[in-house]
Ligand binder design. Structure first.
Ligand code: PBG
Length: 327
C-alpha cells in the first residue's frame, strides 16, 4: 500500500481547487523591499540602461515613487545615494545635507510611520576610488573604515531612518554601528546587516546605476568568495552577536543553499537580496520573448521564500506585488 499504484501523487494536483488547498507558500507584497536610487545631480529621472524600469531619481520624484510603493502594498524602501561630490574618505556619505539624508528627511516628513525607510550604509558610491572603505597603503583598511561607517549610520538615523543596512563587509561593522547609534541616542534604529555578501558578477548593473565601480582591483579582499558555504554561517553568527536585527544573504538566486542553511540555523529574520544582475537577466530574456517575465518573477520570488527568506529586496517589487496579488 505504500507505493504506486495505490499511492498517486497526482490526486492532490487534479484540480485548481485541490491544488490551492495544499499550496501554502505565498509571497506577500509586505515581504518585499523596494530599492530606490536617489541622485543629487539628476533633474529628471535617468533610466539605468542595464536595468530596464529602474531610474536614478531626483529628490522631487520621491513622493510619487513612495506613493506607488505603498499603493502596491509594499512597506519598505532601501535607499541608495548618488552624490554630486566624491573624495577619498567618502565624506559626502555622512554629510548632514547629503543626498540620502535629505531623501530620508523628506520621506519621513511625507509618509511618517507608514513607510519603513532603510538606508544602505557603505562608502563605494561616495569614494573617488569606488571601494567600500578607506584606502591605506593600497588596501581597504578595516578599522579606520568602521569609524566612518558609524558616522554614516548616525547621520542617517538623525535624518529619521528606521533601519540602516551596512553593506561594506568590514569586520566588526555591525558592532561599530550599533555602538555609534546607541551612543547618539538612537537605540530604536535597527540594523539589517548584509552579513553573507558574496563577491558577485551579478552586481554589475547596480554599479552602473550607483556609479560605484572600483577604479582599481576588485572587492574580493572584503566580500566572500562564492565557493564558500560554512563561512557564510560564521559571518551571520558574528553579525547576530554584534547586534544585527535582520541578517541578509546576497545575492539570492545562486545562493539559495546559503539562505536554507541560515534558516535552519538561526532564528532572526532573514533577508535575501535579489540583486541587479538577477533582475536584468530576467528583463533581458523577457524582452527577447524567451521567458514570461511575470511567471519567472513569481517563481523566483517564491523559490527565495521557500529557501527560507522572510524578506526579499528586489527591483521587481512593484510589478511583483501586483502580479502576486492577482494569483
Ligand atoms: C554597496 C552595495 C552594492 C550592492 C548593494 N550595496 C554593490 C557592491 O557591493 O558592489 C549591490 C546591489 C545589486 O547588485 O543589486 N556596497
Amino acid at each position: 500500500m505504500s507505493s504506486f499504484p495505490q499511492v498517486r501523487m497526482r490526486r492532490l494536483r487534479r484540480t485548481p481547487a485541490l491544488r490551492s488547498l495544499t499550496f501554502k507558500l505565498r509571497v506577500h507584497p509586505s515581504d518585499l523591499i523596494y530599492p530606490i536610487f536617489v541622485d543629487e545631480t539628476a533633474k529628471v529621472p535617468i533610466p539605468v540602461s542595464s536595468m530596464p524600469g529602474c531610474f536614478r531619481l531626483p529628490i522631487e520624484h520621491l513622493a510619487n515613487e513612495a506613493n506607488k510603493v505603498l499603493d502596491a502594498g509594499i512597506k519598505a524602501v532601501l535607499l541608495f545615494g548618488i552624490p554630486s561630490y566624491k573624495d577619498d574618505e567618502g565624506s559626502s556619505a555622512y554629510a548632514e545635507d547629503g543626498i540620502v539624508q535629505k531623501a530620508v528627511r523628506f520621506l519621513k516628513r511625507e509618509f511618517g510611520e507608514d513607510l519603513i525607510v532603510m538606508t544602505d550604509v557603505c562608502l563605494c558610491e561616495y569614494t573617488a576610488h569606488g571601494h567600500c572603505g578607506i584606502i591605506k597603503n593600497g588596501h581597504v583598511d578595516n578599522d579606520s573604515t568602521l569609524r566612518v561607517l558609524g558616522k554614516v549610520a548616525v547621520s542617517h538615523a538623525q535624518a529619521g531612518a528606521d533601519f540602516v543596512a551596512p553593506s561594506s563587509m568590514m569586520d566588526g561593522q555591525v558592532k561599530a554601528i550599533r555602538e555609534a547609534l546607541d551612543d547618539a541616542g538612537f537605540k530604536d534604529v535597527g540594523i539589517m546587516a548584509y552579513s553573507a555578501k558574496y563577491a558577485s558578477c551579478f552586481y554589475g548593473p547596480f554599479r552602473e546605476a550607483a556609479d560605484s565601480k572600483p577604479k582599481f582591483g576588485d572587492r574580493r579582499g572584503y566580500q566572500m568568495g562564492f565557493g564558500r558555504q560554512q563561512e557564510a554561517l560564521r559571518e551571520i553568527e558574528l553579525d547576530i552577536i554584534e547586534g544585527a536585527d535582520i541578517v541578509m544573504v546576497k545575492p539570492a538566486l545562486a545562493y539559495l543553499d546559503i539562505i536554507c542553511l541560515a534558516r535552519s540555523r538561526f532564528n532572526v529574520p532573514i533577508a535575501a537580496y535579489n540583486v541587479s544582475g538577477e533582475y536584468s537577466m530576467v528583463k533581458a530574456a523577457a524582452q527577447l520573448g524567451w521567458v514570461d517575465e511575470r511567471a519567472a518573477v513569481v517563481e523566483i520570488l517564491t523559490a527565495i521564500k521557500r529557501a527560507g527568506a522572510d524578506l526579499i529586496i528586489t527591483y521587481h517589487a512593484r510589478e511583483a506585488a501586483l502580479w502576486l496579488s492577482q494569483l
